[in-house]
Design a protein around this ligand. Sequence first.
Ligand SMILES: [Zn+2]
Length: 319
Amino acid sequence: MFEVESGIRISGTSFWLDATRKVPFSFVSHAHSDHVRRHNKIIATPPTISLIKNRNRNINAIPLSFGEKFELEDISIELFPAGHILGSAQILIQRDDLRLIYSGDFKTEKNDTAEQCLIKQADILIMESTFGAPQFVFPKKWLIIEKLVKYIDNCFSKGFIPVLLGYGTGKAQEALKLLGDLDYQISVHASIEPAIKVYEKFGIQFKNYQTYFGEDMRNRVLIIPPHFSRGNLIKKLANAKKIVLTGWAKQPNAKYRYGADEALPFSDHADYNQLIEYVRKVNPQKVYITHGQDHFIHDLKREGFDAELLHPKPQLSLF
Ligand SMILES: [Zn+2]
């Protein structure tokens, strides 16, 4: 039903899923820049299109809302929420009675700034497994939030400025929502603001924040994208304490790699247990893994699933 060719192409069509090079027509699962190329035409959810337009105004996009159907040659397409960032979508493709789901990046646990992830059944599943190894079992969200709050309050009591490192689309908004609702006062790096405006346009409300312009940071939290963690802005804040929010925090030395003082496994991906549970619920006859950990293939086989890694075989024709 599909071929792997600069991404995944649906056989008999010129329609790709998250194509990795410029193609005539691709589904774009979400607005993270590693998934977005300058395709001739894309299909994506309205929030994803708005987030992409922030960076690249000239895109030819077909908006498809969750649950809406789109017919393309002999296939029918439907998008449903992936819970990863605002607008992130999984895609269900049906040809005759055969159902294929491509997950994109997803997170099954509740995220107050993304639509709640849904899980549907399919014959063929193509999925990410970023955290598909047992070391990536994340603590309950409230425990992570409790740690984050303690760290921030401790910084305040010692006269430090807590600086949260989170990707500018998704993670930064999730942290902003969480801390604003807890009545913290927050400054955000200017590069994050356009995406915040898109979130607001789609009904997510944020409290107590402003764009950082060198204001007095006493008792304020600063949110910046991780790649600014070693930049001039931080160097000027002599008493900053940096906390990186990422699932990779479960790896030893993660905080050093991010140039941070602390790392918390606050992730926008499913953890290992949630990935396994997800496959059980989709209950496919065949699972293909993208962005994966070899370990996960073995674990799925042990669960009785026919599982295979997709990416190392870029020209393989599967059907
Ligand atoms: Zn992503």
